[in-house]
Each structure stands twice: as C-alpha cells, then as structure tokens.
Unconditional design. Structure first.
Lengths: 414, 282
C-alpha cells in the first residue's frame, strides 16, 4: 500500500459511472410526505459520468478538459471522494489533496493567520503542521504586513493570493485541481504558473480540470476530453485541445439541429474569418514587417445598434500578443437589422516574430455588460514568416545606435 | 480482489460518516468547534458576557416568578442554585441539538468542496456547546459556593453526568442535522420539541412537587431530567432525592440510559445512511 510501488498508476479509474437524480418537484416538508406517503417522487436521471476509465502515472500532469456540464468537475469530485460513484472503482496511490475551490473554510471574521490554519486543516494538514507553515504561506502571498487583518477587510485579489499560497504549501503526492488559475492579477498569475511548473518538475501527480486550452498545452503531459459524461479522447494535450476546439467551436458557428436544419445558438453568426496579405489576397503565411489584414464576415440574426468587434491574437504559448476593439477606435459601427451581413477588417503592421498565431474574434453588444453576440476561438490562424527570430514576442520597429558619452570627471575611487 | 487493491493502491469509496481517518476526524472537529467558539467569544466586545447573559436573564425572570409570584421554589433548599444549574444544563442540550439542525446546510461550502468524515459537522457543534457549558459552569460554581453549597467528593460524578448528557444530545443532533438536509420543517418541529423538553424537565419545579409518584417516575425517564436531578443531588443538595430515588429504584435508571443510547444508535444510523449523498442533496 505504500505510494512507492513500482508500475502502479497514481490514479486508476475503472469504468466509473455517476448519476444524479433531479427530482421534478422537491419534497421539502414532512407534511407533503405525510399527505402523499405512497407517491413516489418522480425524478430525472442525469448521467454525469458514463463508464469512464483511465489511469494516470505518477509524476504526470494530466489535464481534464470539457465544456461546462460535461462532467469533468463531477469526475474530480468522485476522485476526491466527495461524491460516491454509482458503479466502477477508483484507486489512488499516495496522499491526495483536493482543490475544488480556493480558500475552503475561510472565515471572514478571522485574521489571515487563523484562516491559514483553518484552511490548511481543511486541506488535510494537522493543526500543528498548519501552524508551522503560516509564515511560509504569508511569505509566498506577500501578505506579511496584513497577517492580523481580518479576512473581510482583504480585497478579493488578496484573499485569492492567500488561498493559493496555502494550497501550494500542502504537500501531497496527488493534487486534484479544479480551475483555480483564473485568479489574481497578472503578476500573481505568473507566480502561480511558476508554481505549477515547479510542481511539474517535482514530479507531483496533478489532475487538472480546466477549459483553458493554452494552459493545457503548456503544462500537461497528457490530457483527456470529456463530453456529456463520456470520455471522448485521451492523449497528447495539443491534439486534445484541438479536438476540444473543433467540438465546441465548429468552423462556422452554425450548430446542426437534430432535424438537420441549421439553427444558430447566437444572435449573430461569424460566417467566415481569414487573414489577407497586403494586396488583399487570402493567405495564411504573412511576411514579417509587411501589412496584414484580419477579416471576418458576420451575419446578424437580430437588430443591433453599434455592435462591438473584438480581435485578439495569441501565440503558440497562449500569450495574447495583440488585442483591439472597435470601442477604442470608433464606437459608431452602425445599425444592423436581422439578416444583415458585415465584413470587418483589421489591418496591422505584422511585427510578430515568426511563428503561428491564432485569432480570437468576438461580436458583442455595446455597453459595459458586453453581451456576446458571437465568438470564435480560434477564428483563423496565421503564420508570421521571416528569418529573424529574435526570441521576443514582437519585433518592434527599432533602431540601434551606440554613443560614447563624454566622461564626467572621475571621482576618486576609494 | 485484495491483490488487485494492493496493486492499485487505496480505493476511493466516496464520503461517509466516518471515513477519512481518526486523526482527521479529531483535528477537524476540534478546529471547527474551537473556531466557532472563538468567533463567539472574541467576536463582540462583551463576548463572554453575552454567553452568560442569556441563561442569566432566563434565570432572573424565572427566579422572580417562582419565588415571589408562584412560590413554587420558596421551600426548596438552594432553589436559586438548582434553578440556575437546570437552566445551564438545558441550555447545553438546546444549543447542541438546535445548532446541529442547520449545521450540515450551513457548512455546505465544506461538504461540497472537500472530503472529510461527515460526522465532524454535528460533533463540532456538540464540542462548541461543551465549551460554552464549561464557561457557564464556572458561573454556576461561583454562585453555588457563594450561596453556601458545600464542596463534596460527590462532585466528581459531574463529568460522567455531563458526558452522558453529551451522548444524549449527540444522538439527537446527528439525526436532526441529517434529516434537515431533506426536510426543512425539522427546524420548527425541534423548536417545539425543545420547549417541551424544558417543561418536561425539573428545571423550574423540583421533581418532588409532581402530584404523585407515578408522575415522578415517568418524568425521570427523560434523560435530561434524570441528569438534572442527579446533579442536584450530588452537587448541590444531598438531601434532595437522587435520580435513582426519584425514578423509584436504581434498576429503573436503565430506562433513561437505554433511551439515550438508543437515540445515539438511531441518530448515527440515520446520519450514516444519509452521509454518502449529503453533498449531492444540498
């Protein structure tokens, strides 16, 4: 039973199924029960997981991807022992720590110190172990000066930092992590990513649930795609991410209805999106240093006034290298009626270092609520071609000059 | 099967009342209980005072009513001490069981997010109630000694009586906390139940004032009544009838004992049956 067994997978899941009962009307009172003692409460069964099997080797960083409601979080909760499975078995080899949510057990009326202990105990430390780690946690979170402050006076970003810092101080062989990355400011996020890399290098076994594809391709050794409770594919993270994108964002956003009639889920459809080189020809390979254009053809299914068009370009590592929006250029994009089409063009000087870039395109209603009418990610992709790979993200137009400053009278060196 | 299990490691069985290890059960119970206690204690400026004020206020009102208006307690030895002790013991049971009712629902964040022995939730409520009781008892002892109650060896019975009372409260608490997840009217029902328990126990009236012996014997079948009576006998006033005398013979004490342990087993059975699915039902 020791965690160091040879050849034993860290996590072994054998044909696990999980069903939820969704009662039609909830019998919440004894009176209802007493009045209708023989009426069986009717219910729908929701098959959250259907016959899922896989194994994760020790030291593997394993991604579980799928859209909302696909069953990936249910799977994680079954692995964590929070839900009982209906059939199948799960084995784990080693100490497990679960991070379904950051800051489990946090109490707003207690100081940060007390909350660290509380949260640590919730995550499986003994109270003594938790107390030992308080300082390390505060160091990592950079919140030492606020250690006696009650948590309710913390900003939400600070709370998240504290929670994440507790999490990485909990030592376990197997970590189950559910979308906790989308937190904190950019600097702290970078720190989190660094921690993930460290955990990966320490050969911890990590099961990571997310729909952040760049994170999957960046960190995971392997990944699996879950759709409607079933395992769709398992293997190379890049392939799984591609599959996820093709399943969830089909080339044109027209989803086929059961009858075969194309219907639109959205209030607008992105019919096509592509890149053009400087002469207006459709092209995937765009020379570095020359103008390039992104174009998208959009059809509105409802009346919209001044829609907002948003374009983002991401490199292969998932870094967004460029983003723009009509709100920053011209808000008056015009009035569109249902059935109207528009072709948007964004022309830019291609200063991107050689490599592949994907475009993320969105159409939204104006206003701070920013209701999305349609979106496509990736909408199109392009390859910046060139010979000079400087190692940066962009190749800004620049000049280099060297001057020799007139030397100031030297102060006597000590 | 066992060889397979040994090969693949530890099977994950899903949540239950007790699974998750004894160390974790104890440390979680204590951490949750002490946190609650601390929040109450340090949460407001007069923390400890508020904890005392409620039983003391009830005591003040009842004392005035039953010594000056109804004169029920005027010929009872150490009536004020008996009254206060009864109130404090009743308050313990009321806090412990009443707190358990919504405990699982209130701790939803934990139940749905981490794996731990589910029994921790009602147990931590009981432990918090014990901590409050300990503080209240300090006040009771000061009051008793000031009133001229003698310190005696029979005081050593007290921890056992309190432990017994805890078993009684835990049994009820486990059942209530598990049932409340499905049936929300457990709360009003138990509020009425607690009222009944108060008047069914010899808190404001001494048990010997009941009209006949049969009534006295019946009243003593209530575990809380038996504990209050025995505390009165062994701690406050040795001339008062002990629980055994009041119920009509020591063998009959098996009735409240059986009720207490019966409730405990029943409560655990209910909780254990519901525990695996509590996270989904919430």
């Amino acid at each position: 039973m020791s965690p160091s067994q040879d050849n034993a997978p860290a996590v072994f899941v054998d044909s696990v199924s999980k069903r939820f009962r969704i009662p039609h009307e909830r019998v919440h009172t004894l009176k209802e029960r007493a009045l209708h003692p023989f009426r069986r409460a009717t219910h729908d069964d929701l098959q959250a997981l259907r016959d899922v099997s896989f194994a994760v080797q020790p030291g593997e960083f394993f991604g579980i991807v799928g859209r909302n409601g696909s069953g990936k979080s249910t799977l994680l909760k079954c692995l964590a022992g929070i839900y009982a499975v209906d059939s199948g078995v799960i084995y784990v080899n080693g100490r497990v720590a679960t991070f379904i949510e950051l800051g489990v057990g946090f109490n707003p009326d207690l100081a940060a110190r007390d909350n660290i202990v509380l949260n640590g105990v919730m995550l499986g430390l003994s109270p003594a172990e938790a107390r030992e780690r308080v300082d390390r946690v505060l160091d990592f979170a950079e919140l030492h000066e606020f250690e006696e402050l009650k948590l309710k006076n913390y900003s939400s970003g600070m709370q998240v930092r504290l929670a994440f810092s507790v999490m990485i101080q909990v030592d376990a062989d197997i970590l189950l992590i559910d979308e906790v990355l989308a937190v904190g400011d950019a600097a702290f996020q970078q720190k989190c990513f660094d921690e993930f890399r460290r955990l990966r290098e320490e050969r911890k076994t990590i099961l990571f649930v997310t729909h952040d594809m760049p994170a999957v391709t960046r960190f995971c050794h392997r990944a699996m795609l879950v759709e409607r409770g079933e395992l769709v594919t398992i293997g190379d993270p890049g392939e799984v991410a591609d599959r996820y994108i093709s399943v969830n964002f089909p080339g044109n956003a027209l989803a086929a209805a059961p009858g075969g009639q194309p219907v639109s889920e959205y209030d607008a459809d992105i019919l096509d999106a592509w890149f053009e080189e400087e002469h207006g020809d459709r092209h995937e390979y765009l020379p570095q240093g020359r103008p390039a254009t992104f174009r998208a053809r959009v059809r509105f299914n409802t009346e919209v006034r001044d829609p907002v068009f948003v374009l983002g370009l991401s490199n292969e590592h998932g870094h967004k290298v460029f983003a723009t929006s009509t709100t920053w250029v011209d808000e008056n994009t015009g009035q569109f009626r249902a059935g109207d089409e528009a072709v948007l063009g964004v022309t830019f000087e291609n200063q991107l270092v050689p490599g592949r870039y994907t475009a993320n395109f969105q159409v939204a209603r104006p206003g701070s609520g920013a209701m999305v009418l349609a979106q496509l990610d990736p909408a199109a992709s392009m390859v910046s071609t060139g010979t000079r790979n400087s190692g940066g993200i962009v190749d800004l137009p620049h000049e280099i000059d060297i001057r020799r400053p007139v030397r100031a009278p030297e102060e006597s060196p000590a | 099967m066992t060889t397979q299990a040994a090969h693949f490691g530890r099977p994950i069985k899903g949540p239950s009342a007790l699974s998750g290890g004894r160390g974790r059960l104890l440390s979680l119970t204590w951490t949750l209980a002490f946190t609650d206690f601390k929040l109450k204690f340090f949460g407001s400026v007069l923390g400890y005072l508020w904890q005392l004020v409620r039983p003391l206020l009830l005591f003040g009102v009842l004392y005035v009513v039953f010594t000056h208006v109804v004169r029920l307690g005027s010929d009872v030895q150490f009536y004020p001490v008996v009254l206060l002790t009864g109130i404090v013991l009743y308050t313990f049971v009321a806090e412990a069981t009443g707190g358990c009712v919504s405990a699982v629902v209130d701790r939803e964040g934990l139940v749905r997010k981490i794996q731990f022995p589910r029994i921790v939730i009602p147990l931590s409520v009981i432990v918090t109630a014990y901590l409050n009781l300990a503080l209240n008892l300090i006040a009771v002892f000061i009051f008793a000694i000031a009133s001229g109650v003698d310190i005696r060896w029979s005081w050593l019975e007290l921890p056992f009586l309190l432990a017994f009372l805890g078993v009684f409260a835990t049994g009820i608490g486990m059942a209530l906390s598990a049932l409340y997840v499905r049936y929300r009217d457990v709360r009003p029902i138990w509020e009425v139940g607690l009222q009944l328990l108060f008047y069914a126990s010899p808190v404001i009236y001494p048990v010997e004032k009941l009209p006949n012996a049969t009534d006295q014997h019946l009243a003593m079948c209530n575990p809380l009544a038996a504990v209050i009576q025995q505390v009165r006998h062994s701690v406050i006033d040795p001339t008062a009838p002990s629980a055994a005398q009041a119920i009509g013979g020591a063998p009959r004490l098996l009735i409240p004992i059986a009720i207490t342990f019966g409730l405990f087993v029943l409560g655990f059975w209910i909780f254990n049956r519901e525990a695996p699915r509590i996270a989904e039902e919430l």
